[in-house]
Design a protein. Structure first.
Length: 190
């Protein structure tokens, strides 16, 4: 396998894998083209260390106390499962917002092996399956503590989320229009 594939599989950067190859820690050879090939059949001796991160989220600053309680429940859950938590991330933002910087940073952090959330909607309101599938493809996992008990609960939550999202967008458009009219009136006044 190519050195770049090996690096991804082990969860390290290509530069680190190249340095290990130079030091003889990885067995392989360099093809005449310059490509480094890790010898076939070699068992990967390095197992990616488990790095567990908990992610707690609430929608508004009024729920800060809930955020702390949610984070503590997640820590208790991880302790009961025997996970050693490397980091605890708390964020305030709507689940409909797909530009939450802390959550996006977790998704792009290749060193993270397990992301623990209390409920699916704490991660994202829509497309949870996509996030889960992409993380699984990278050898990482997202673990949900409280799964919905029936598909009906999921369906009702999704329906509510869609309606809420559309209403929020309409409200935002109306508010922007009113704000623009107010600013124009202020500018036009002598």
């Amino acid at each position: 396998m190519k050195l770049s594939q090996y690096a991804k599989m082990v969860g390290i950067t290509y530069r680190t894998a190249f340095r290990w190859w130079q030091n003889g820690q990885i067995k392989g050879y360099q093809a005449p083209s310059g490509m480094i090939v890790v010898t076939e059949g070699e068992k990967v001796e390095l197992r990616r260390p488990e790095r567990v991160v908990i992610y707690a989220r609430v929608s508004s600053h009024k729920q800060t106390a809930d955020l702390e309680r949610q984070a503590q429940r997640l820590l208790d859950y991880c302790a009961a499962k025997g996970y050693q938590v490397a980091r605890s991330v708390k964020e305030i933002g709507s689940g409909l917002n797909d530009h939450r910087p802390k959550f996006l940073a977790l998704l792009t952090d290749a060193s993270l092996t397990r992301l623990v959330v209390e409920q699916k909607d704490r991660a994202t309101r829509f497309g949870f399956g996509y996030v889960e599938a992409l993380l699984e493809m990278q050898g990482r996992h997202i673990e949900v503590v409280n799964l919905a008990e029936t598909n009906r609960e999921d369906l009702l939550a999704d329906l509510t989320s869609v309606i809420y999202s559309l209403c929020a967008k309409l409200y935002g458009q109306r508010r922007a229009k009113v704000k623009a009219e107010t600013i124009l009136k202020q500018v036009e006044q002598p």
